[in-house]
Design a protein around this ligand. Sequence first.
Ligand code: ADP
Length: 204
Amino acid sequence: MLKSPYHGGHLEVIVGPMFSGKSEELIRRVTRAVIARQNVQVFKPALDDRYHESKVASHAGRTVAALAVGSAAEIRAHLAGEGALLSDPGVSSLPDVVGIDEVQFLGPEVVPLALELAGVGVRVILAGLDLDFRAEPFGSMPDLLARAESVEKLTAICTVCGAPATRSQRLIGGQPARLSDPVVLVGAQESYEARCRVHHELRE
Ligand code: ADP
């Protein structure tokens, strides 16, 4: 039976820098729904472009089962069938809750997908970085934040001064990354730290 658009369909977005507890918060919300016997499906972008069973893990070690997908289109295909509309009468059993972690890595098609899911009554919970390593808005996150019914903006702890951290510091060989570096670095020796506005650094 198609879910009514008037019973709970909405968009929740959880954002913040790395280590701010976005995955923990997503896992907390999803686990509560599972305990309440709701039907839940969690997705995350696959780094290797393979569709496979996986899990969302927080830095503190909590996990929840997830499907790794290469694109938003794969999420749609999993839920409704290739190219189908989620509102098609043939789409019979959508989950009550759809969670997506690291949503900033999915392309712009995640926006209409999230809206369509919310429109057919699904509770959509998205977690991701609001800012990239340059502290610029990340991908489709501004769009999702503007359209969400609920937004939770989390902070980590600045590794330099202990203030609330809102940025993700990228370090390459221990040095701050350059402004001109690509947003997604493949195969580089990089690490990240949570930093506040004052201690977030970029090399020219
Ligand atoms: P996110 O998904 O936002 O990267 P996680 O939920 O994976 O965050 O991890 C949050 C956990 O990271 C915290 O509970 C804590 O155990 C750990 N952590 C490591 N470094 C920091 C930091 N600088 N500030 C806060 N938490 C940190």
